[in-house]
Design a protein around this ligand. Structure first.
Ligand code: ADP
Length: 532
């Protein structure tokens, strides 16, 4: 069962009988403290949080109004009831002006007095809860602001200001652990001199902040250094600070930093409730800080990856460019040798033929790399001109027929009988068709290939259908990914870099079109759509 925390009441009166009577009257329900002088009362009010203070207005040589003033300065929400033996209108007006809730005459009508105390206590608790909720709500907003922040260091000062404002605190800081030095470093501060915040680096466990972080325990430090010393050992009190709250920021017990809030003036101080509220807030605050950090790390890593990716694309582009020039020169010389029959023997001609085939293959691979780097670097040039889709398909099929002259596969063309003219880049679209046709030939052992053109209202769909090995379902999501090749026997025995389809996708998307494939029971159908 939850422990019931009794409210604290302070009775200030110089008459011992009144103190005794009221103590007896209240002690069952409340924790009662008494003070015979204003001085004694002041010390208690400064060190403890009372729900209710009952004060006599005219004590020997002293004034109850000083008590009311102090209570309302230190803890405005505390209820004050004034009593006096010399009932005067002036006293009553003064007491209420200073903030006392009500005024009673001696001798007290205890029944009425008790009823009044009860109803004020209820009001006090209600107000306190309301106040607590609205403060938590405000702090929640601060927490959300951290969560939404792009660069946490930039928004932390504003958030700290907001928190200080809520508690009417004078100075404060957010200290976070520096990953490299593992020291607490000021990330945001308010009211601290520049020098103080630059030199503030605290090792784990050292000083008050380090202690709070290490022990993951919030601290409420008051003007009584002896009390603090009991917790902190050789704690050095800072004279200018009258009261401070030091709350660790941690996630699942892992220390992240510390939130420090200070009050400098004598009349203000933090209380247990403030500590509770800041401690509740510190959990979401810590989470928000961590989230913001992770987010920033992700953004930074992403930038780094993008940079590396660009470097890689540039490298591929430069290397393939450099490789292609000598390869094309070699091919030119070979072509000339073969064409002009400058070869002495038939055997050398055969060997040169093999060289030419291999050279062609290499030029093809290097060209693919170059094309790929163009797409990656957004340097693919598409020049749309009025062109005939039917003519382009025929050209591609013819070229394919020459290349795969020895193939036993049948090629069927299901295309319109008349030209189908609209704007596209004929060279690039032929390149895509050649790639799809050569894939179908590479991955089909028997059966045939069919090229289809479907003329739709505002688009044209091109398809290349084969009766080949098909694409296993688990590999389908990666088919258009660069350098991806299906891992099977047929692919292992065919040449390729796994770039053809990603280049085709780049070309079609640069046209504003779409490319996709279906792999039914047997074979594969690759299709792409171009808008007219
Ligand atoms: P490459 O053919 O150079 O390996 P592609 O990007 O053109 O690269 O194709 C990627 C992979 O997709 C190929 O390695 C192959 O495994 C698979 N593939 C492409 N077209 C077909 C097809 N028509 N039938 C079966 N598999 C195919």
């Amino acid at each position: 069962m939850a422990e019931i925390i009794k409210d604290k009441i302070l009775i200030v009166d110089d008459e011992p009988q009144v103190r005794e009577l009221l103590t007896l009257n209240f002690r069952d329900e409340y924790l009662v403290s008494t003070a015979a002088t204003v001085k004694e009362a002041s010390a208690k009010i400064q060190n403890e949080k009372f729900s209710l203070v009952i004060t006599d207005m005219n004590m020997a040589g002293e004034k109850g109004r000083d008590v009311i003033h102090l209570v309302k300065t230190v803890s405005p929400e505390t209820i004050v009831l004034a009593i006096t033996g010399y009932g005067s209108v002036e006293d009553a007006v003064n007491a209420v002006k200073l903030g006392a809730e009500e005024y009673f005459l001696k001798p007290l009508d205890l029944e009425r007095f008790n009823l009044t105390v009860k109803s004020h206590m209820e009001k006090f608790h209600l107000n306190r809860q309301l106040n607590k909720n609205s403060r938590l709500l405000e702090l929640e907003k601060a927490s959300r602001a951290v969560l939404e922040a792009e660069i946490i260091e930039v928004s932390l000062p504003d958030i700290l200001k907001m928190i200080l404002g809520m508690f009417k605190a004078d100075s404060g800081s957010v200290m976070l652990f520096d990953k490299n030095s593992e020291q607490l470093v000021v990330s945001a501060s308010e009211g601290l001199s520049n020098l103080a915040q630059e030199s503030l680096r605290v090792s784990d466990g050292a000083k008050i902040s380090g202690w709070a972080a290490k022990h993951n325990r919030p601290l409420l430090l008051g003007p009584d250094p002896e009390k603090s010393k009991k917790i902190l050992g050789d704690f050095e009190p800072r004279n200018e600070i009258n009261s401070s709250l030091v709350v660790p920021l941690a996630i699942r017990g892992k220390p992240l930093g510390v939130l420090n809030l200070n009050m400098l003036s004598d009349s203000k101080r933090f209380n247990e409730e403030d500590m509770d509220i800041v401690t509740i807030f510190s959990m979401s605050f810590a989470l928000s800080i961590e989230n913001a950090r992770v987010k920033r790390e992700l953004i930074e890593n992403n930038e780094r990856l993008k940079e590396m990716d660009k470097l890689k694309t540039d490298l591929i582009s430069n290397v393939s460019h450099e490789l292609r020039t000598p390869l094309t020169a070699m091919k030119g010389s070979l072509d000339l040798l073969l064409l002009q029959k400058l070869i002495a023997s038939e055997d050398s001609a055969k060997l040169l033929g093999i060289m030419k085939n291999n050279l062609n293959r290499q030029i093809h691979l290097v060209t693919d790399l170059l094309e790929y780097s163009r797409i990656e670097g957004n340097r693919m040039n598409i020049e749309k001109v009025e062109s005939d889709a039917v003519g382009i398909v025929k050209e591609a099929v013819d070229e394919m027929g020459i290349l795969f002259g020895g193939s036993k596969l049948s090629i069927k063309q299901s295309i319109p009988s008349k030209p189908l003219v609209f704007k596209f880049d004929p060279g690039r679209i032929k390149q895509v068709l050649l790639n799809l046709l050569s894939n179908s030939m590479k991955y089909t052992q028997r059966g045939g290939i069919e090229v289809i053109i479907e003329d739709k209202t505002d688009s044209v769909i091109f398809s290349v259908k084969d009766t080949g090995c098909g694409i296993p379902s688990d590999q389908r999501p990666n088919i258009f990914t660069r350098f991806f090749r299906v891992d099977n026997e047929i692919t292992r025995n065919t040449q390729g870099l796994g770039l053809g389809l990603s280049i085709a996708k780049g070309i079609i998307e640069s046209h504003g079109g779409k490319i996709w494939f279906e792999s039914p029971e047997k074979g594969t159908i690759f299709s792409f759509l171009l808008y007219k």
